[in-house]
Design a protein around this ligand. Sequence first.
Ligand code: AN7
Length: 362
Amino acid sequence: MHTKGTTSKFGVIEHYRKYLPVTESTPVVSLGEGTTPLISCPRLSKRVGRAVFVKNEGANPTGSFKDRGMTVAVSKAIERAAKVLICASTGNTSASAAAYAARAGISCAVILPAGKIATGKLLQAFAYEAKIVAIDGNFDDALRLVRELGQGGDFVIVNSINPDRIAGQKTAAFEIVDDLGDAPDFHLLPVGNAGNITAYWAGYREYHVFGNSTKLPAMIGFQAAGAAPIFYNRLIEKPETVASAIRIGNPASWKQALAAITESHGAIDVVSDEEILAAQTWLARHEGIFVEPASAASIAGLFKCCDSKEAAYSFRKIPEQSCIVCTVTGNGLKDPDVIVARVKELKSVPATVNEVRRVVGL
Ligand code: AN7
């Protein structure tokens, strides 16, 4: 099935074909993912005293970075005549897998931790009519089940343990280099199952080898303080955080994430739920970019690197002309639950000019 849209290059496979594990006979399953904005952020840059760009992955078709990997994973699955896709998810992988399965015309089972999926993401799985299984357990339990089920011949796993997912997600690093004309000095991003930090590092290295950049960034990953197995170097049995997307205690790409951090001379650090929510609000209020809490971990991390003596990586040591990219991984509308509480406090007023002026404060 060819899903070419109106532009000559539709989606990341068409844009970056020569870097991806596809051939002319691979059926491309795409929703036009990628080509997301790299946003120059003047107020954020002023706040931290260095040039900061935000890579807004919420602009993808299902509202998160997962679509980049999913187009490749699902295209390859179709090439191999898969019948049913399966994934474990904290919400975004399931939304993306369900959408790309629908686009490909095959079915998709999503295994989710009951009661822990943000409202918007769960709605997406229902809208695309995935086969939804809510388990009494967390994401790590769900991924264990998926690994077991994947060993039979019935299911193709589309979690990031499938290398086609990582291959697709590399394209975000390619786009950043293409937009900036070179790699940034630092790349900050949230870390959950650790597929994305693995993919970015692979992408930066590959582009460098091809001569498309002159340098490699330091990769700096941020975990939520209550779900930080890599930072604490131990399994977390009961991970907890407001950032439900990264509520993961046993990341699949743990080793690869450590390699990315070590090889790039980067770091892994933690941010608290309070810091995450404050950064989410700050970015929406001062730059007009509304992201989900997990995504705000990269912005909270940026503030920590610049403000705190406790940071694993202090930008105090870093030249002021450094270029920093922060990936924000998902759209804010996916995970409205924290903000809904504020919405509920809204009270109506009489429909008069005076009342409007009073409320606005003018
Ligand atoms: C918004 O959907 O693991 O470190 O099952 O949804 O590559 O796992 C989501 C992860 C960051 C962490 N930001 O990325 C899933 C899932 C958002 C996310 C991450 C996720 P990885």
